[in-house]
Write a new protein. Structure first.
Length: 239
């Protein structure tokens, strides 16, 4: 009973306290009467016995009420918890569906290249944009792919990169052999992947040059024959 009492709501503990106090008072009176041999001994005995029965009944009712209340609270909390878990699960499913839709759209819009073309693109970007950041390398990759999609140039990456102007290769890393010596970095791989996923900052550029490394005749041709678009890193871009 002591353990149950500890978990009873305050209002029930108060009632039990009052009842218990009354029982103690009756016990004291009984002791006095029995000691004095008074004529009301029998009546008080009956009252005391009845009070004990009432106390036991009240305690049982309070305990039952407390257990019912506790059970009701537990059920309510469980229902609330279930609702919260269902909401979290619904949000997770919605997020997964959204991610799947994005991934599907990304795959559908992704530029598809053969393994050969992708390998060539990685090497020419590394050779042309050595030391550039991701954006600088992406711009070089954009130019290569812009040429592939242009009627003015061949229709594969490999053919674009190895195209000649007269008897010379158009891209200097092919002419001087740097193309064959580079090791493709993680930055270049990231740049190419992002370009294949559709990122394009080139404004349609078909040409680029490094002004400080190009000879004056080539610089003059770029400036006089093409439209300047932007400058990033060591390169200027034209179309």
């Amino acid at each position: 009973m002591q353990n149950v009492y500890l978990f009873l709501p305050k209002r029930y503990r108060t009632v039990l306290g009052i009842v218990a106090a009354a029982m103690v008072t009756l016990q004291v009176l009984m002791g006095v009467v029995l000691f004095a041999g008074g004529r009301n001994e029998a009546s008080l005995s009956v009252v005391y016995a009845k009070s004990q029965e009432n106390f036991a009944a009240d305690a049982e009712e309070i305990t039952k009420a407390t257990l019912v209340t506790a059970e009701s609270n537990t059920v309510s909390k469980q229902i609330l918890l279930d609702e919260q878990m269902e909401a979290i699960a619904a949000e997770s499913v919605a997020a997964m569906q959204n991610d799947l839709a994005k991934e599907t759209a990304r795959e559908e819009n992704r530029i598809q290249l053969s393994q050969t073309d992708k390998g060539v693109l990685l090497r020419i970007v590394e050779a042309e944009a050595t030391g550039e950041d991701v954006t600088g390398k992406m711009l070089v990759a954009n130019v290569i792919l812009n040429r592939v999609n242009s009627d003015e140039f061949p229709d594969t990456v490999e053919k674009v990169v190895f195209q000649k102007s007269g008897k010379k290769y158009q891209f200097s890393p092919i002419r001087d052999g740097r193309y064959y010596k580079v090791s493709v970095s993680e930055t270049t791989e990231e740049a190419v992947e992002r370009v294949l996923d559709g990122e394009d900052y080139s404004q349609g550029a078909l040409y680029f040059m490094s002004r400080r490394q190009a000879n004056k005749r080539n610089v003059r041709w770029f400036d006089q024959s093409l439209t300047w678009l932007l400058e990033y890193g060591t390169h200027e871009f034209y179309k």
